[in-house]
Design a protein around this ligand. Structure first.
Ligand code: HEC
Length: 144
């Protein structure tokens, strides 16, 4: 009986802490991330209108294996939610990918340099980074 109680208590504590953390990381700024919640909100609509058709509306990608070329020999849009490669790149390089697209490198992503304002591009980055687990975000900050 005693053990059961302790276990229950332990589990609810873990649940509480876990919830506390995820609320915090959704609400803003105080998580040590470079963006705030209004940038994430703006990014959500920018992303939905400009990026989601290829990258998925939660930046999760639309294919099971983004490393496998399509029948046309081109690569599919990778997930940007922290599960693929994007976290290897500093913010300036993410911005460059968005500005130039992938076509100059033989890919298929269109350029957004003239289509979106700088604020919108940064907001789009904030939005997809909001899906990155803290562990991934921290590796990204440390690399860059
Ligand atoms: C027409 C489909 C398409 C659209 C629309 C699109 N992308 Fe992409 N994106 C791709 C593909 C495909 C790649 C891989 C490079 C290539 O083949 O061009 C890519 C690559 C990227 C990368 C580099 C990822 C990495 O791991 O290096 C970023 C960042 C990115 N896209 C962000 C965006 C954002 C933000 C938007 C919206 C403003 C967007 N993309 C719109 C298809 C698209």
């Amino acid at each position: 009986m005693m053990i059961m109680k302790t276990l229950l208590l332990a589990t609810s504590l873990v649940t509480l802490t876990a919830c506390g953390e995820s609320n915090k990381s959704q609400s803003s700024n105080d998580t040590g991330r470079w963006y705030n919640s209004s940038q994430v909100a703006q990014g959500k609509s920018v992303f939905k209108a400009n990026c989601a058709s290829c990258h998925g509306d939660k930046a999760q990608g639309l294919v099971t294996n983004w490393k496998q070329p399509l029948p046309n020999g081109k690569y599919p849009a990778p997930p940007l939610n922290g599960s693929a490669h994007a976290w290897h790149h500093p913010k300036a390089q993410l911005l460059r990918s968005i500005n130039n697209g992938g076509i100059p490198l033989g890919g298929t992503m269109p350029p957004f340099a003239k289509k979106l304002s700088d604020d919108e591009k940064l907001a789009a980055i904030a939005y997809f980074q909001s899906f990155w687990p803290d562990r991934i975000y921290q590796s990204w900050s440390q690399r860059n």
